[in-house]
Design a protein around this ligand. Structure first.
Ligand code: ACM
Ligand code: ZN
Length: 767
């Protein structure tokens, strides 16, 4: 409790907060409550007593916990049968059950006290989170007094599963940080913490029966520096590791439970098992020796499917089930290469004994055995969407990470689903285009995209909607080696997800969310949690017309205006575009900002426009790009290069397993000297360069003749390549057909083995 005092002292004396108050005339609650009704004026927060429902120990505990919030750490806690407004100024915490609305709560801030009612104590807890944000961020809050608006808030969540994940295998974080993370989740009303405890790079949970899991499996000899696709790769030469004792786990489970958060522990199997088999090589197919991995990715040595491995894993799960009282145990199931199983006599014996045809079915058998065990222990099994392959275990819940497909398939077969697609819910992706964003896995998932996420897939038949429990944000820590970076990557995107899960679609408003988010930013800063300065970066669209390329800046949701700076040789020219758009008619380099009313700027976006023969012309796709990575057809002939450091965003288009094949129409026959094609190469994300590119020309759009062919050079390194295809003989053509041949099936031992590769194409420059 002393700590809470200090916390409030710091809060109250904080200059950032005072600035926030001066601009703040709204209740800046995230996630936005269902209804907020303001009365007239405000009331000073004076609390004489905390009145709680008689005989409810859980409410009493909550009241003690939150007494400091009302500047009354020693306020008497008084029991009463029912709410009876008295002369004294009290806060009332009562249960008023509404069966169909178990998470509902209501807060009434009145001149004669604060009345809080909820269907369950959990709802009172959510109400107290709302009040905490109101007290800390709203209106007047000084050392002497707190003023609150007279307000009535009625609130309940849309989804029952509101999750955040944290990977502690790639990097390990101490108990103190896990508690801080849980506090942040509770603040934004998440109710599930998915704790990824084991992986190739470390086993992080003490198992009494198998001490080598942590003696050996919790430590790796060194760690990769930089990105794992860098060439050459570099290592730091330092031993790294750590684990949680069972006592620490119990402490954290209780800490989370006190905040109405359930922990789902994840024990990875049968893949991502290097740390476990390094400790106990007998549970691999070859007997080892194996190493705790020092780099990231997918590794071919996995758990052997023989009976003794299953017995070992059931023993491990036995201890895990005893430590975690929640109903779910996560067993991973993702990214398991099967080549070792194909060559392993033990695995093949199991396959034949069980009458199985394929190794996918062998994985399915393995997972089903684990499910039977967990069900006998009274637990439910949850796994990544690969557990669908070879046949889904009968009672399993599926976490859909490879897009929405797995989730749709599972829901359609009446299995519960948690949505966590990489496109919207992976917070290890870049969050802005700001050049100084620290190293991340790849991709581009800005907060606007997270906010717009709708967990119910549009194509899912309404009769299966009930199986979508909710969604989860994932924080994989390959490139987060310290606590500050985890916070930096997870927030504020987790707040956008919190709102996407709490509110109904019609209650969401991105502009109003950003307005509230601005008020939360100083709160993080005061607590030394740095967030990206570019969280609300300017988004824009490019539209071609007769006078050139028009850049249309998205009207920002917060009052202010766009500022543009053109680079002209060594000079800079600043401009405030009228109507938030500018026209580019020649090669140009510019930066654009959003300037808020208080003169602060968000980070600039840079635009480099390169006029060439295909800009603004038309393009026809013979092979259809994936809708997941396809902004607009003309994005690859708009004079703007796709970024070389990441594969997502509006400038790249992605082909899922197929070739790239398109026909450009230049409107009239033109002489051609060169075609350049931007390409991405990122095997970790299943993206491969094409094997070959063919350029063909035509003047009637029907008969094409080959102009040039490009072959993939050997030993290409790095993630990005621009194929420059010089056209040596003079040629004129109105139509150009460009065909890039997909890499094809991904090899064993690589991420996505056995699936077809993605092919990413950026700007097609025609000169
Ligand atoms: C995952 O990202 N491999 C679940
Ligand atoms: Zn085997």
């Amino acid at each position: 409790m002393k700590l809470f005092y200090l916390y409030f002292f710091l809060l109250i004396c904080n200059p950032f907060l005072l600035r926030a108050q001066s601009i703040n005339k709204i209740a800046p609650i995230i996630p936005q409550p269902t209804t907020v009704n303001y009365g007239n004026g405000s009331v000073e927060l004076i609390i004489d007593n905390i009145v709680v429902q008689k005989g409810n120990e859980e409410i009493k505990k909550l009241a003690k916990f939150y007494a400091t919030l009302f500047k009354k750490p020693n306020a008497p806690i008084v029991e009463a049968e029912k709410i009876q407004i008295q002369k004294a100024k009290n806060i009332y915490l009562f249960i008023v059950e509404r069966r169909n609305e178990p998470d509902r709560y209501k807060i009434q801030v009145t001149a004669s006290g604060i009345i809080v009612e909820a269907s369950q104590v959990k709802g009172l807890f959510y109400a107290l989170q709302t009040l905490t944000q109101l007290v800390e961020l709203s209106f007047e809050n000084t050392t002497e007094k707190i003023k609150l608006p007279t307000i009535i808030i009625e609130d309940q969540p849309r989804f029952n599963y509101r999750g955040m994940h944290l990977d502690v295998a790639r990097h390990f974080f101490p108990v103190s940080f896990i508690k801080q993370y849980i506090d942040l989740l509770a603040r934004f009303k998440f109710n599930t913490f998915h704790w990824h405890l084991t992986d190739d790079q470390g086993w992080r949970i003490e198992i009494k029966k198998y001490p080598e899991l942590t003696n050996v499996g919790a430590y790796r000899k060194e760690t990769l520096i930089g990105h794992y696709t860098d060439s050459p790769v570099k290592y730091d030469g330092k031993e790294y590791g750590g684990f949680y004792t069972q006592d620490q786990i119990k402490e954290i489970v209780q800490y989370a439970a006190d905040r109405y958060i359930t922990i789902i522990p994840e024990i990875e199997m049968p893949g991502h098992a290097s740390a476990a088999i390094a400790a106990y090589p007998i549970f691999g197919c070859t007997g080892g020796p194996y190493e705790v991995q020092t780099t990231w990715g997918v590794f071919s040595d996995v758990f052997c499917t023989k009976d003794t491995t299953l017995t070992f894993l059931k023993d491990v799960l036995n201890e895990v089930c005893d430590l975690f009282p929640g109903k779910y145990i996560h067993i991973g199931g993702d990214e398991c290469p099967k080549e070792k199983w194909k060559a392993c006599p033990s695995c093949q014996r199991v396959r034949l004994r069980q009458n199985l045809k394929t190794e996918d079915q062998l994985q399915s058998y393995f997972i089903k055995e684990i499910e039977k065990y967990l069900n006998r222990k009274g637990k439910k099994m949850i796994g990544w969407d690969e557990i669908l392959e070879g046949g889904l275990a009968p009672n399993a819940t599926v976490m859909s990470w490879r897009g929405e497909k797995g989730g749709i398939e599972a829901a359609t077969s009446k299995h519960d689903v948690v949505m966590t697609p990489g496109s919207h819910c992976y917070f290890d992706h870049y969050q802005s285009n700001y050049k100084k964003e620290p190293l991340a896995f790849g991709g581009y998932t800005p907060i606007s995209k997270v906010y717009q996420y709708e967990p119910i897939p549009a194509s899912l038949d309404p009769k299966f909607h009930q199986y979508i429990l909710g969604a989860q944000g994932n924080v994989w820590t390959e490139y987060m080696d310290n606590e500050r970076k985890v916070i930096y990557m997870a927030f504020p995107r987790a707040m956008a997800l919190a709102e996407a899960l709490w509110c109904k679609p019609e209650e969401k408003n991105y502009g109003k969310f950003l307005e509230r988010l601005q008020i939360h930013m100083p709160w993080f800063k005061t607590r030394k949690m740095a967030l990206t300065p570019a969280f609300g970066e300017l988004q824009y669209q490019l539209v071609h017309n007769d006078s050139g390329m028009t850049v249309k800046f998205e009207r920002a949701p917060i009052p202010g205006k766009v500022l543009v700076e053109f680079e002209e040789g060594n000079n800079f020219r600043q401009d405030y575009p009228l109507g938030d758009s500018i026209v580019l008619s020649a090669n140009s380099k510019l930066k654009a900002w959003y300037m808020f009313e208080d003169n602060s700027l968000c980070k600039p976006v840079s635009i480099e426009y390169n006029q060439h023969k295909a800009v603004g012309k038309s393009i026809q796709f013979i092979e259809t790009p994936s809708p997941k990575y396809f902004g607009a057809a003309n994005s690859i002939i708009n004079g703007i290069k796709a970024p070389s450091n990441k594969y997502s965003g509006p400038e790249w288009i992605g082909m899922e397993g197929n070739d790239f094949n398109s026909i450009l129409n230049l409107n009239q026959s033109q002489s051609l000297s060169q075609v350049k094609i931007q390409l991405f190469h990122f095997p970790a994300a299943w993206i491969y360069l094409p094997k070959e590119i063919k350029i063909e020309g035509s003047n009637d759009g029907k008969t094409f003749q080959t102009i040039e062919t490009w072959k993939l050079p050997e030993n290409v390194s790095g993630k990005y390549l621009e194929a420059e295809i010089k056209i040596n003989k003079p040629i004129n053509a109105q139509y150009i057909q460009i065909t890039a041949l997909n890499h094809g099936m991904i090899q064993q031992g690589q991420a996505g083995a056995g699936h077809k590769a993605w092919l990413f194409v950026g700007e097609l420059t025609v000169e």
